[in-house]
Design a protein. Structure first.
Length: 678
């Protein structure tokens, strides 16, 4: 039977209509009956019935259709078994199925059996996110066949997930991003899952890491980002895309730069080529040019692409790559226009050597090496990635500007795992010289690969960045169908500070939340703190706060107390604590009891930042957004950014003071609106 097929994909921003003639799909099994009727099951890996999503101790499983799938994680990875379907007649040219789990053709696979012989095999890709896989079976049309799912693997990734086995004229594309997005956009929980940040950017579905190509153009702040169109863990890196007019509300746009021919689009930047030096512009309008790393075939090279429609569509430069050192660890270019020398400058990493290279160009296509910086900073820690270089104003010294150079290390940073460090110094157009030693960018565990917006108009003049709100070590956070968030955008400057009287004053990177976030405040209250002592005292009534989306301001005066601070309680024994510790002379975030901390052994912990008392007190601005917490100390002298995964979104705010000489004052609670549901 031939049926016209109409598919409407309604999304906030995508609309597509396809019409084609093809025979209806023939379903072999979707496991929705909730039983194994018609299947022959052996061993214990498949349990007594198809699973409803993830099983005990399994990471989130996504990408299956409906409520159920077959999942061989019953009793964990060590269990084994087989599941074999009843015979069916092959009557379409393709058999397609959704598959996830481990990758082992011999021991962990879906097999097509004809005359009891294995004629086709499919495996997962070490991901809990199911993807389409299909077999061309034209040569087998008319034959009787069975599907057999085997799990004889007992080590890590020793399980398989399968769903929606069907016969079809047209196998679905492996990634099927449009279909998944269309389904997700209709879901009741759209951008509103319990752990979904409400005023921090996150992708609708799937995995995200570094921010890329931040640029302001034609009234829009662009945010591109490392994105996996195929699933909810790292892979197939491409550039996702969103825009904002106010740095608070974000519009999700279609994929900008896809992985192509086995070459992934790794991190990089975007510039507006105002003088059309590249020649890519049309109609006297400046093109946007993306400069990014192509990763594949054993090396990393720098590629460029351009857009003449405000970043909506991109064309690869025909003579890519523009830089090739035949090096497997050469990545993450950041480019800016250097006025005094009238040319483009690029900073890019020789990641494994912990070296930054500087290049110049007159047209973004031909690059000349200028100089190198490093290894430096935490020398014994591996690698540098995602550098940025820019000039910043120095507070209290009108007219003075210094350069800051930032780079990120994949592991070994201050709070453990990945994190960034920066140098303050001078850049003369050719070479960077550091004035002082490296300092940490953020003292939490979850602020990585920040990059700053380019092309912010002079009339605004701010240097702003945001970072990936995650840590490579604990990146498989318990959220689905998306993973990760960005930090809030922060304005940067430098301030001369000494954290304790022993050390000389030095320049510190100041990070402050962008002013635009204040427009999200919809209620502000001053909380009464007169009776705060030990044990902790509630500052609001239970049930007062319906959502964990707020900003809390407070002044802490420690007196002689060993510690004092605020607890965001989300359950009987569950809270995240932000406090000042007199012994450490610093502010901390303690997330050891913050909720779900068991998904990775490195996740629970306490993270300390240096903090000074000014006239005996220090100021905190604490931003909480369902599964994120960012603490800005003393107007941005230190920041602690941490993810938390509480079991409830109805927090109780408490405060405590170690003794009667300490006090907490000026506590203001601002509830913040959701940017997804206004
Ligand atoms: C940093 C990083 C970059 C790379 C990208 C790949 O988080 O490793 O160096 O370009 O992620 O997704």
């Amino acid at each position: 039977m031939h049926l016209p097929r109409l598919v409407f994909l309604f999304g906030s921003f995508a609309f597509c209509l396809t019409v084609s003639l093809r025979a209806e799909d023939v379903l072999i099994e979707d496991f929705e009956s909730g039983t194994y009727s018609g299947w022959d099951i052996t061993g214990d890996a498949f349990g007594d019935a198809p699973a409803e999503g993830a099983l005990d101790n399994q990471m989130a499983v996504s990408g299956y259709r409906g409520k159920r799938l077959i999942n061989s994680y019953y009793k964990g990875d060590t269990s084994t078994g087989t599941a074999t379907s009843s015979p069916f007649r092959i009557e379409r040219p393709h058999i397609a199925l959704l598959i996830g789990g481990g990758r082992d053709e011999q021991r962990l696979a879906v097999q097509l059996l004809v005359d009891d012989k294995i004629v086709r095999v499919a495996t997962g890709d070490e991901s809990e996110d199911l993807e389409w896989s299909s077999w061309d079976v034209k040569d087998l049309l008319g034959k009787q066949a069975r599907v057999r799912i085997i799990d004889e693997a007992t080590g890590g990734w020793g399980h398989i997930n399968v769903d929606h086995i069907m016969q079809t004229d047209e196998p679905p594309a492996r990634f099927d991003l449009e279909h998944k997005l269309a389904e997700y956009r209709l879901s009741a929980n759209y951008l509103n899952e319990p752990l979904r940040p409400q005023y921090h950017f996150s992708p609708e579905i799937n995995w995200m890491n570094d921010p890329n190509g931040l640029v302001y153009h034609d009234g829009e702040y662009h945010l591109f980002y490392q994105y996996n169109p195929a699933g909810n863990s790292w892979g197939h890196m491409s550039w996702g895309h969103a825009v904002s007019k106010d740095l608070s509300h974000w519009e999700h746009l279609p994929l900008a730069i896809p992985e192509a021919d086995g070459i992934m689009a790794f991190s990089g930047c975007c510039v507006v080529d105002h003088n059309n030096t590249s020649g890519f512009g049309v109609n006297n309008q400046p093109p946007m040019v993306a400069i990014y790393t192509g990763h594949g075939h054993g090396k990393q090279v720098q590629n460029i692409a351009y857009s003449n429609d405000r970043g909506r569509t991109w064309t690869q430069y025909a003579n890519n790559p523009v830089l090739d050192r035949n090096n497997p660890d050469f990545r993450d270019p950041k480019v800016f226009w250097h006025d005094p020398t009238n040319r483009w400058v690029m900073v890019v990493t020789l990641a494994a050597e912990k070296v930054l290279l500087f290049y110049s160009s007159s047209d973004l296509k031909n690059w000349t090496e200028l100089s190198r910086f490093g290894p430096a900073g935490q020398r014994h820690k591996p690698n540098w990635e995602c550098p940025d270089l820019f000039q910043l104003p120095v507070e209290g010294e009108p007219g003075k500007k210094l350069w800051a150079l930032e780079a990120d290390m994949g592991s070994g940073s201050i709070a453990g795992g990945s994190g960034g460090e920066y140098f303050v110094g001078e850049f003369d157009g050719t070479k960077f010289s550091a004035y002082q030693s490296a300092q940490w960018v953020d003292f939490g565990r979850d602020f990585y690969a920040p990059v700053s917006w380019s092309d912010i108009p002079d009339s605004d003049g701010r240097r702003m960045w945001l970072g990936w709100f995650n840590n490579w070590e604990t990146c498989l956070v318990p959220t689905s169908p998306w993973r990760s968030s960005m930090s809030i955008p922060r304005v940067l400057s430098l301030r001369k500070v000494t954290f304790n009287n022993e050390e000389p004053a030095h320049y510190v990177l100041i990070q402050q939340p962008v002013e635009e976030l204040k427009q999200l405040r919809f209620s502000t209250r001053t909380l009464d703190t007169n009776d705060v002592r030990w044990p902790p005292v509630a500052l609001i009534e239970a049930g007062d706060l319906q959502d964990m989306t707020f900003e809390l301001e407070a002044t802490l005066t420690p007196g002689n107390a060993r510690s004092l601070g605020i607890r965001i309680r989300t359950g009987e024994e569950e809270f995240t604590e932000v406090g000042y510790d007199q012994n450490q002379l610093g502010v901390y975030v303690d997330r050891r009891k913050s909720g779900n901390v068991d998904f990775h052994s490195a996740f629970p912990g306490r993270h300390d930042a240096p903090a000074r008392l000014v006239d005996g007190s220090l100021k905190l601005r604490i931003f909480v957004d369902r599964s994120t917490i960012e603490v800005f100390v003393n107007d941005g002298e230190a920041v602690i950014s941490d993810r938390v995964f509480p079991s409830s979104q109805q927090p109780l705010i408490e405060a405590f003071c170690g003794d009667e000489t300490a006090k907490i004052t000026n506590v203001q609670l601002h509830q913040l609106k959701s940017v997804w549901r206004e």
